[in-house]
Design a protein around this ligand. Structure first.
Ligand code: NAD
Length: 330
């Protein structure tokens, strides 16, 4: 995409979206964000874009409901679709029906609108949660390959809803003879992040509990043996930027490391950073989701020239500083 391209980012006020928008603006593109601020915020965009914030065209709209927002897609060169209901497993497993319907509505409407305009490129952000649960057996599970996605059997409504979005993107490519890119992200962490609401994900939530603990204890859901392939948002943005010119119509491409880190190790590292004397308690009555997965990112390397770079401990230290600075946790 040449400098000055018109790029629309749905969910651009979220954790990943706000980092992507900052990068696109710094590359000289014209960026429009559509977000209903369900979990994102204008402050996220101010945090990432800094003095460039005024250059971002922000539209507050609910993409699950038809509305005037569709006009913003006119004369757009590329759409990144990141808006969806995404949250920690507590929220996901307590709201499966709502989440499934909402994400289907958002994804269907966005793809329908993309199909109705002359948009050159559509980049859909999917998730490793869409991979079959049988393959997500623990920290030593064989690295997932893209070909493993089918036959499909995701663990959660979230994984199913995101998989439907992938199919929508794939059909769009055939229907419109346009380029679509499908990126399947593993567990993304970084700043800015939601760390104190019931929607927050595991890393920010654990950091919140560790930084603001009143009794030098933190509670971890499950026995801690469950793991994820954590990937820093800066690495994800590199993959998203590469997708502006590469990876079109080549099926899902995973972005994630081939290392699965247990939640116990994450909690211990956070305590090392925050306060070594904090005691970790494991609550096995709480849901944990899939047992563990990691990525074989050979395809991302070949197709996008992508590799993960950020060291996990450095990434966690950065979030601890963010949470301490922003305060008012728990
Ligand atoms: N964070 C992860 O670990 C992870 C992993 C895999 C895939 N993803 C995918 O990446 C994308 C971005 O995730 P994120 O971590 O930045 O989450 P996020 O919640 O920070 O960003 C999603 C954004 O979508 C917005 N949104 C939700 N419903 C909307 C609606 N009806 N209309 C308009 N906007 C709406 C939210 O307000 C939020 O700003 C999502 O599609 C998610 O499924 C995230």
């Amino acid at each position: 995409m040449k400098k000055g391209s018109r790029i629309l980012v749905t969910g651009g006020a979220g954790m990943i979206g706000s980092n992507l928008v900052a990068r696109l603006i710094s590359m000289g593109h014209e960026v429009t964000v559509i977000d209903n601020l369900w979990r994102g915020s204008i402050d996220n965009l101010k945090y990432t874009c800094k003095e460039n914030f005024e250059k971002v065209n922000v539209i507050i709209a609910d993409l699950s409901v038809p509305g005037d927002w569709y006009l913003a897609f006119k004369e757009i060169d590329c759409v990144y679709h990141l808006a969806d209901i995404v949250a920690g497993i507590g929220y996901v497993f307590s709201n499966e029906g709502y989440l499934f319907r909402k994400n289907l509505l958002i994804n269907s409407l966005v793809t329908q609108v993309v199909a109705s305009f002359d948009i050159k490129r559509y980049i859909y952000v999917g998730t490793a949660c869409s991979f079959p649960k049988e393959l997500q057996t623990g920290v030593d599970a064989a690295p997932l390959k893209e070909a493993d996605q089918f036959p499909a059997s995701p663990e959660s409504a979230y994984g199913w809803s995101k998989l439907m979005g992938e199919l929508d993107a794939t059909y769009l490519a055939k229907e419109k003879n346009m380029e679509t890119v499908v990126l399947s992200l593993h567990n993304v962490y970084g700043t800015p992040c939601d760390y104190k609401s019931p929607k927050s994900q595991v890393i920010p939530s654990l950091i919140n509990r560790a930084v603001f603990t009143k009794n030098k204890k933190i509670s971890v859901w499950g026995d801690g043996s469950q793991g994820r392939a954590f990937i820093h948002v800066s690495d994800v943005v590199e993959g998203l930027i590469s997708a502006l010119s590469r990876g079109g119509n080549s099926g899902a491409i995973q972005l994630g490391p081939n290392i699965c880190t247990s939640i116990a190790e994450i909690a211990e590292t956070i305590c090392d950073i925050v306060d070594e004397s904090i005691v970790i308690e494991y609550d096995t009555t709480k849901p944990t989701g899939d047992h563990g997965r990691r990525a074989d990112y050979t395809k991302a390397k070949q197709v996008l020239g992508w590799e993960p770079k950020m060291d996990l401990k450095n990434g966690l230290t950065d979030i601890v500083s963010y949470v301490k600075k922003n305060g008012e946790g728990i």
